[in-house]
Design a protein around this ligand. Structure first.
Ligand code: ZN
Length: 368
């Protein structure tokens, strides 16, 4: 048994085209000299490279997977959306939704990305390995059943959970989304269902703006099975730990999942260009430690993380490495070269107390 690392180089060949941060080049927007669109392969490739160079990769089981099929996609997505995505992909690229540009062949690459998550969910559920990390690109947590959104082209985690249920029958699954942006796509896929607890920790009113409110708790028999935890910009390490202790932990204990899937955006990091949350590598190590202990307590250790956002080329690798070190129980000699300065930049005590009071109020409203 081991921690598995699901990776396929083809996922890094998906292109998001000529953009600066998130805006298409044109008019007064000078074309980029390098990098371009925030969602480019470099953060993911540098994480994979640090895993290899640090020696952690020698302690992981590297795996690939088959792409998901069109029939599997239709468990979540509408035929109309899939037809349009495929048509544009074959025609050289386009955009089949909101803030989600893609290039030629991205339909097939997205099927590989979702296929990696699908296989990881199955392998973890059947205890073929201890836990897993998946470099899923394009990411999935903003993707809606009928439209792409926020760089996400297929709903990777919902597709994987529905494939598992098709294989084994009903499964109680929890999705914990610590990407800095709201996991609106995953929420939309399961909003009226009681078999999937969706939890999203995110910077308040970031992306999509005006979504991810604490009051959005689900509908119909899904009422109470969606938990949004909006955090104030700048919250940093302590905001995430307090959110875990006050809300995530009691919610998971009440739900009693059979498997926990992390939507693992690393864009809460302090250097990220698309958010303002001040987290550092020890934040991700601490969250990984807490969620691993909860998986051991609640569901026989069944735990995996599927990569979502994270746009600081220099820093994402150190956050991901810390997380996967914690999953695998193997500590490398790597020291985060940015940790001292980011620790010194954490918010002051009165800010932390204010953020904690907000979380305590939300927890009390839920009876935790
Ligand atoms: Zn994100």
């Amino acid at each position: 048994m081991a921690t598995a690392f699901y990776f396929d180089e083809r996922c890094l060949w998906h292109t998001t085209g000529e953009h600066v941060i998130i805006a298409p080049v044109g008019g007064y927007l000078q074309p980029p000299s390098s990098g371009g669109h925030a969602e480019n392969p470099e953060t993911k490739r540098r994480l994979k490279n640090l895993i290899e160079v640090s020696g952690l990769g020698d302690h992981l089981e590297w795996r690939k997977a088959e792409p998901v099929t069109r029939a599997e996609m239709q468990r979540i997505h509408t035929p109309k959306y899939l037809d349009e995505f495929k048509r544009l992909s074959d025609a050289g690229g386009g955009n089949a939704g909101y803030y989600s540009p893609f290039g030629p062949g991205s339909f097939e690459i997205a099927a590989i990305s979702a296929g990696l998550v699908k296989r990881a969910v199955s392998d973890v559920f059947h205890r073929r390995l201890d836990n897993a990390y998946v470099i899923s690109r394009p990411p999935g947590h903003h993707c809606l059943p009928d439209a792409s959104m926020g760089f996400c082209l297929l709903a990777n985690i919902p597709l994987a959970l529905e494939a598992l249920r098709a294989e084994v029958g009903p499964v109680r699954a929890a999705v914990v989304d610590w990407d800095v942006h709201h996991g609106n796509g995953t929420e939309a896929c399961f909003y009226d269902r009681d078999d999937t607890l969706t939890i999203s920790l995110h910077q308040e009113n970031c992306f999509p703006p005006d979504q991810g409110r604490a009051e959005a708790r689900g509908t119909g028999k899904g009422e109470g099975y969606n938990l949004n935890i909006p955090l104030l910009p700048g919250g940093g390490y302590q905001a995430y730990l307090d959110a875990f202790d006050l809300l995530v932990t009691p919610a998971l204990r009440a739900f009693k999942p059979e498997i926990i899937v992390i939507a693992s955006g690393l864009d809460a990091n302090a250097f990220d260009p698309l958010a303002r949350m001040q987290a550092h590598s020890e934040t991700f190590r601490a969250m990984a430690s807490k969620i691993k202990a909860l998986a051991d307590e609640l569901c026989g250790g069944r735990l995996l993380a599927a990569h979502e956002g994270g746009y600081s080329e220099g820093y994402v690798p150190f956050c991901g490495l810390a997380l996967i070190e914690e999953f695998s129980g193997h500590r490398t000699p790597v020291q985060d070269p940015f940790l001292d300065i980011l620790t010194a930049q954490q918010p002051p005590a009165d800010f932390i107390a204010y953020q904690r009071a907000r979380l305590e109020k939300q927890a009390a409203s839920l009876g935790f």
